[in-house]
Design a protein around this ligand. Structure first.
Ligand code: ATP
Ligand code: MG
Length: 337
């Protein structure tokens, strides 16, 4: 039987050397992705979500660098792979859709060409060469665009990215990412630019393809509602660290970290249930030279002197971990309420 763990990241540390000092964007992050699961990643802007997965993809460029950690994908440490092998793996085995669809697509190439390049490099079930191969690539491209709901796909292969709407570009990017049938899809905010109906369609599409292709998905999003609906497990990030993780239902029912509680109270959906929206006060700390203490301390309504030291992740129930000394207290409070 194959290993149930597809991706395992241990102790990832990614830094950027800036004029103001060293920004530690990702500081000791562990991630596990099981085969076939959907893992949600949430956290405020700047918490390190994109940099964590850009690191997994080997896409961190100077002034950024991975300083420490292991990135094990199907038993291979990706950090030790030669650049050419990493490039081959990117796209074929792990694909990532970027947060900004317009800049991620090449503006100078038609989307047909961009899809064809992906298929030509990675699809291994097409005729080997010649007209048959070109024809198969074209058919597969139309099929992929159909799949993501681009109308008249055949006619639109010859168009450039700017000729599509923002929502269409997001979906085209998903089509390109899925063209090679990767085993892991990392979708970074795939629906932020979309209106609610299209958003639902894109997420539905990702869910369906996940079942169909047996692929694993990492879904990066600001929206805990999206996580609740689509993700088996959730990982909450704050200031470059994971602060809580576990099965989605259980985390949402009884969060074990005050930051997760804050995120839940600040989503508009809370208002739909007649509860007031309570934004988290304050700001994410500067990621340069952070003091050795809980990073949420300045914004936490429960903080006291005991929080002024480094706090590790600790077990917080079945399949759960949290980085707070009061997790048990929150959970018992919740159980009583
Ligand atoms: N090229 C860079 N140079 C310097 N700092 C960077 C660079 N890229 C990212 N960072 C810093 O790394 C930190 C994490 O950024 P990241 O993009 O991972 O956040 P995020 O959680 O994805 O946020 P968002 O929700 O806004 O997408 C931020 O403080 C950011 O300023
Ligand atoms: Mg991001």
């Amino acid at each position: 039987m194959s290993d149930p763990i597809l991706l395992e990241v241990r102790g990832l540390r990614t830094v950027f050397d800036t004029r103001a000092g060293q920004v530690c964007a990702v500081d000791g992050v562990d991630v596990t992705v099981q085969r076939g699961e959907c893992l949600g990643i949430v956290g405020e802007s700047g918490s390190g979500k994109s940099v964590t997965f850009a690191s997994v993809m080997g896409l961190v460029r100077p002034p950024g660098r991975i300083e420490a950690g292991e990135i094990i994908f199907e038993g291979t440490d990706l950090r030790k792979l030669p650049p050419r092998q990493m490039q081959a793996l990117r796209g074929r085995d792990i694909a990532m859709t970027m947060q900004d669809a317009l800049t991620a697509l090449n503006p100078a190439l038609t989307i047909g060409l961009q899809l064809a390049e992906m298929l030509d490099a990675h699809a291994d079930d097409l005729p080997r060469r010649g007209a048959a191969r070109r024809q198969a690539i074209r058919e597969r491209s139309v099929h992929m665009l159909d799949l993501v709901g681009i109308p008249s796909a055949g006619d639109r292969l010859g168009q450039y990215p700017h000729e599509f709407s923002g929502g269409m570009r997001q979906r085209i990017m998903i089509a390109i990412a899925l063209a090679s049938k990767p085993r892991l899809l990392i979708a970074d905010e795939p629906t932020t630019a979309l209106d609610v109906t299209i958003q639902a369609q894109v997420l539905e599409l990702i869910s369906n393809l996940r079942t169909e292709l047996g692929m694993s998905v990492v879904l990066i999003t600001h929206d805990l509602g999206v996580v609740a609906e689509h993700c088996d497990r959730v990982m909450v990030m704050y200031a470059g660290q994971v602060v809580e993780e576990g099965p989605t239902d259980s985390v949402i029912r009884a969060p074990g970290h005050p930051y997760t509680r804050g995120l839940l109270a600040s989503i508009p959906r809370a208002a739909l249930r007649g509860q007031p929206i309570r934004p988290i006060q304050g700001q994410v700390p500067d990621l340069i030279d952070l003091p050795p203490q809980c990073r949420f301390l300045d914004r936490c309504p429960h903080a006291d002197k005991d929080c002024r030291h480094l706090i590790d992740m600790h077990p917080a129930g079945p399949g759960r971990r949290a980085r707070c000394i009061r997790t048990e207290l929150f959970q018992t409070e919740r159980a009583k309420a």
